[in-house]
Ligand binder design. Structure first.
Ligand code: HEC
Ligand code: HEC
Ligand code: HEC
Ligand code: HEC
Ligand code: HEC
Ligand code: HEC
Ligand code: HEC
Length: 318
């Protein structure tokens, strides 16, 4: 290929990237104007409307569950969307027509399933794991993907987030949103919500653990296939054995550190070196150089003692 053909190719690639980014930005700006109508009511504590009967302006309190944070929405995965891409356009009317309550909601895989563009996220494999998870096997279909992926704020985290502690917190809040919130929990069941702190009181330094590992590290089946394992196991199959993490073949390398583990398996002689950038997990981070050094020290000391002993025996005889 001639040099100018290569330059031309590179330039058009660059142009395509810039156009793609700007078309996404254009789309957000265009839809923002449309969404503003909905946010006028759904983004605040109070909403207003004109009563056609009395011709008076009415001010009412918005149900707190129906308030949607616009800042979070425009940081979410689906920030390019119109509200009425997922909801009926009849919501533009107010009062909203009563039958809209029966509106059927899309599932993730109505849009993402079997689609090449999304193959790297493994939507289909995730769905399989989801159907086998404790939540699906003990509850009906009201326990959908949206229960953990809040439609108006969910954004990918582990895959993009550089700060480990931040995405641990983000992911744990997904679970705690029910397991530490009685109202949300009881959307699914009338049972009383067990207190997470009490049910985990066998774990020493509980706070430190909850800041440094995710709930899914102990509660899901390790998956070779997906970055985020989605099969939540029954509670009696959860990890309780310390050695599963605090050991040379720590399961953390196949879950929490999966995205980093691919980069380097051995760093400066440390076993599971990638963990070290983030934390020091007792038992999981033995250093092979230090291990060899201490073996040599041991041999030297043993040798020293033997020679010393021999000399004493020889000298005594004289
Ligand atoms: C004038 C204020 C107002 C506007 C504008 C408005 N809404 Fe609403 N919306 C409400 C109120 C009040 C409720 C709760 C009462 C009800 O369900 O009708 C509600 C309820 C909803 C619900 C929940 C229904 C359920 O299942 O309980 C959805 C979804 C919704 N609105 C979407 C939208 C969308 C999308 C838009 C923009 C196209 C929009 N709304 C514009 C006031 C408004
Ligand atoms: C990606 C699809 C999607 C988009 C975009 C979306 N919604 Fe929703 N929305 C949903 C789903 C799904 C539910 C039902 C969630 C559930 O049952 O837990 C929902 C529920 C709601 C509710 C009921 C309260 C709740 O949170 O359960 C309101 C109000 C609402 N949406 C308003 C809006 C408004 C306003 C916008 C635009 C800013 C919007 N939605 C954009 C999918 C979407
Ligand atoms: C109505 C169709 C629709 C539904 C339903 C839907 N998505 Fe999406 N999703 C999209 C589209 C389109 C995009 C690309 C948005 C863009 O960047 O312009 C997207 C983007 C994403 C991304 C990638 C974000 C990024 O920055 O690369 C993820 C992850 C995602 N969706 C997950 C989900 C999950 C999980 C669900 C269900 C809880 C879901 N989606 C439901 C259509 C949908
Ligand atoms: C019990 C909670 C839960 C349920 C239910 C759930 N997810 Fe997730 N999902 C998570 C958590 C936690 C993450 C990690 C979020 C992050 O850090 O990006 C995640 C991440 C994802 C990702 C991003 C994976 C990646 O490689 O970056 C996709 C895609 C996804 N889920 C799809 C789904 C689909 C589809 C369903 C339903 C079939 C579903 N999820 C149901 C908790 C859940
Ligand atoms: C270090 C591993 C570990 C971590 C991290 C962990 N769990 Fe657990 N969890 C367990 C074990 C083991 C049990 C079973 C306890 C028992 O039977 O004594 C359990 C029990 C549970 C139960 C069942 C309680 C009951 O009695 O019904 C729930 C719910 C739960 N965990 C949620 C969570 C959530 C949410 C998080 C994240 C904030 C989390 N777990 C983090 C290991 C863990
Ligand atoms: C929408 C609310 C909700 C979310 C979000 C949620 N859970 Fe649950 N979870 C429940 C309910 C409800 C139960 C069932 C309790 C019952 O059946 O009595 C449950 C049960 C469990 C159990 C016990 C299973 C058993 O054997 O009894 C574990 C473990 C668990 N969840 C872990 C998680 C983890 C980990 C996450 C985050 C990835 C999570 N949950 C997210 C509501 C939720
Ligand atoms: C899911 C993996 C996992 C399991 C299971 C686990 N740990 Fe940990 N543990 C960690 C991580 C990660 C840290 C935090 C390391 C750091 O300080 O950054 C930690 C920290 C600790 C610390 C604190 C060390 C310090 O710096 O103060 C102790 C003690 C500890 N674990 C003991 C245990 C015991 C005992 C068990 C079993 C009952 C256990 N761990 C189970 C992952 C785990």
């Amino acid at each position: 290929m001639k040099p100018h053909t290569i330059i031309l190719l590179l330039l058009s690639l660059l142009l395509a990237t810039v156009l793609n980014a700007s078309s996404k930005e254009d789309k957000i700006q265009k839809n923002k104007r449309l969404n503003k109508v909905c946010f006028n009511c759904h983004n605040q504590k109070w909403y207003h409307y004109q009563n056609p009967e009395t011709e008076l302006e009415v001010k009412k309190r918005m149900f707190s569950e129906l308030i949607i944070d616009s800042t979070e929405f425009y940081l979410s995965n689906h920030r390019t969307f119109k509200c009425i891409s997922c909801h009926s356009d009849e919501y533009e009317e107010f009062p909203h027509p009563g039958e809209l309550r029966m509106e059927e909601k899309y599932a993730c895989n109505d849009c993402h399933g079997g689609d090449e563009d999304w193959a790297h996220f493994k939507f289909d494999e995730i769905e399989e794991q989801f159907w086998e998870s404790s939540h699906s096997t003990s509850h009906d279909e009201t326990f959908s993907c949206w229960m953990c992926h809040e439609p108006h704020s969910y954004h990918i985290s582990a895959r993009n987030e550089e700060n480990l502690l931040d995405f641990i917190q983000y992911d744990n809040n997904i679970c705690l949103n029910c397991h530490a919130n009685a109202d949300n929990y009881q959307r699914i069941t009338d049972n009383i919500n067990p207190n997470v702190i009490e049910t985990h009181d066998w774990l020493p330094n509980q706070q430190l653990h909850f800041e440094n590992v995710r709930c899914i590290e102990c509660h899901t089946e390790i998956s070779d296939n997906t970055l985020i394992a989605h099969k939540v196991l029954p509670k009696d199959e959860a990890v309780k054995n310390c050695v599963e993490c605090h050991s040379g073949d720590s399961r953390l390398m196949e879950s929490l550190y999966k995205h980093l583990a691919i980069e380097s398996r051995a760093k400066a002689g440390f076993l599971n070196g990638v963990m070290l950038d983030q934390s020091f997990v007792i038992g999981a981070n033995r250093n092979s150089i230090l291990n060899k050094l201490s073996a040599w020290l041991f041999i030297l000391v043993l040798g020293g003692i033997t020679i010393h002993g021999l000399l004493r025996v020889i000298l005594k005889k004289k």
